[in-house]
Design a protein around this ligand. Structure first.
Ligand code: ADP
Length: 488
């Protein structure tokens, strides 16, 4: 064991059971699954490994209190979110350490995620009291048309490992605000941030049964029965496109309301009139936040011919200067990838690009040390035939492609099945308007490498999914509209 005393205390404070109906319990049958530190491959602890029966028990608990919860005054629901926000901010250091231990990202980034996660709770605390409807005269003058918003009902929320807390709060926040009850299934690699969040929400006054958490090693098998259970009304998923597609097929059978935040393949366009200092600075954020393990990570740098070489050289210099190591160390900028599968995938994509003629400017290999590390890498002269042009890298690898005209840049940017986010750097106003309108994505970073904000609608088009999280749109995913015709 390489964990020190403080790390051990933080791990021991995180619940390891299933949270069902307000109590923590072992999985039926008593199975557990290991939670690993990706920087050392040591087991941090073991958590309950839920069975399909446990998942059904969690849905039972959610259904049992749905009506009562929907009737709770919106202000009270909002205040529970607000109190949770405050407790999270107060304990940000311990929560960040816990996240770094199970997920690997450097402490400063975990602290950033904890704050970002809490912001969704603050935002939706404010939205809880702004759920309203409309009143209109029937156009012919005969009667009134009244609409109201009501909670959709019990939800299944499935979250990934890359942002273990924020991907939860941007579903849990609006569900709580709207008056829905829920079953949450975090990723098996990072269950502790979610069990800790459930414990904090309970402390903040969330009634038993509103939020239920099940951790499981076999996600599909465990949540399968819920997807076909007619009591479930909504499923929100953040994860890979293939799993999203499978879940959508299941959701069709049960006519579930669904939100899908799926994969990305973000283009990062740099025109020759861009502020190159800014473009390089922001590229470091767009590429390296979360070690590149983010659906909004810049996946393809398309740089105009006149500045492509300089951009690649400057990016390589910055990437080469980063310190790789265990995220708990203050000097570390780049932590490990989540697991061996992910690292192998990144290494294969780099090898494939090199086979296609790409030149390694820096990195290009896994350092020789324990843990799932991969060196920050810049590749130049990558042909569009390389696999990484079409596939999400999910690692610290920046391929630089070049283009000559604006039309060519837009065509390359849009030449992807995915459409989550795109970044563009130019100082020309006309060009920025053409580009932001022409990009086939749900979000655009204009002269900015970070778009995520609790007050803005996050989401994609094409194979990146549908539905929006955050902003004014976020709560709509958890509300249905009822229309009442009144004879008057
Ligand atoms: P990633 O590549 O980020 O691991 P996944 O799509 O595999 O993305 O996982 C995202 C979430 O979806 C995790 O919580 C995972 O356990 C869950 N998951 C994976 N497969 C299924 C499935 N067949 N049914 C339901 N959930 C699943």
């Amino acid at each position: 064991m390489t964990t020190d005393d403080r790390e051990r205390r933080v791990i021991d404070a995180a619940p390891t059971g299933l949270f069902i109906g307000g109590t923590w319990r072992a999985a039926s049958g008593g199975r557990t699954l290991a939670v690993e530190d990706p920087a050392t491959t040591d087991t941090l602890c073991r958590v309950a490994d839920a069975t399909p029966e446990d998942a059904t028990a969690a849905l039972d608990a959610a259904c049992a209190v749905q009506q009562q919860w929907a009737a709770m005054p919106p202000r009270e629901r909002g205040e529970i979110l607000r109190r949770t926000y405050e407790i999270i901010i107060e304990r940000a250091d311990e929560l960040a350490l816990l996240m770094t231990l199970e997920m690997g990202k450097p402490l400063a980034e975990s602290t950033g995620e904890v704050t970002y996660a809490a912001e969704f709770l603050r935002w939706f605390a404010e939205e809880a009291v702004r759920i309203d409807g409309r009143w209109a005269r029937e156009p012919g003058g005969k009667g009134r048309l009244v609409t109201m918003k009501q909670p959709v009902g019990p939800c299944l929320l499935i979250t990934p490992w890359n942002f273990p807390m924020a991907m939860g709060t941007r579903k849990i926040g609006p569900a709580v605000a709207a008056g829905c009850t829920m079953v949450v299934k975090p990723a098996q690699q990072t269950p502790l941030s979610m069990t800790m969040l459930a414990s904090i929400m309970t402390e903040a006054g969330l009634p038993p049964g509103v939020l239920n958490v099940i951790t499981a090693s076999s996600a599909g098998k465990t949540v399968g029965p819920l997807m076909t259970d007619k009591r479930l009304r909504k499923m929100s998923f953040t994860g890979s496109t293939p799993v999203g597609q499978r879940l959508m097929e299941q959701a069709a059978g049960n006519l579930l309301r669904i939100s899908m935040e799926l994969g990305g393949n973000a283009p990062y366009l740099v025109f020759d009139d861009a502020d190159l200092d800014l473009a390089v600075d922001q590229a470091m954020i767009a590429k390296m936040r979360n070690m590149g393990e983010s659906c909004v990570a810049a996946n393809r740098f398309h740089v105009q011919q006149g500045v492509a070489e300089e951009f690649a050289a400057r990016l390589a210099e910055r990437m080469g200067a980063l310190t790789v190591g265990r995220g708990t160390e203050a000097t570390v900028n780049v932590g490990p990838l989540i697991d061996g599968v992910q690292r192998t995938k990144v290494a294969e994509l780099v090898d494939n690009a090199v086979d296609h003629g790409a030149k390694v400017m820096v990195g290009g290999e896994a350092p020789d040390r324990p843990g799932y590390f991969y060196a920050p890498t810049v590749l130049q002269g990558v042909p569009q035939t390389a696999d990484m042009f079409a596939e999400e890298i999910f690692g610290p690898v920046a391929p630089v492609y070049s283009f000559s005209t604006e039309e060519e840049a837009l065509a390359a940017a849009n030449g992807s099945d995915y459409g989550l986010v795109a970044y563009a750097f130019t100082r020309d106003l006309g060009r920025s308007i053409r580009v932001m309108e022409g990009l086939e994505t749900g979000m655009v970073g204009m002269n900015k490498g970070l778009v995520s904000n609790a007050a803005a609608p996050f989401g994609g088009v094409k194979w990146s999914g549908f539905g929006r999280e955050g902003g004014r749109e976020g709560i709509e995913e958890y509300l249905s509209t009822k229309y009442v015709a009144i004879d008057a």
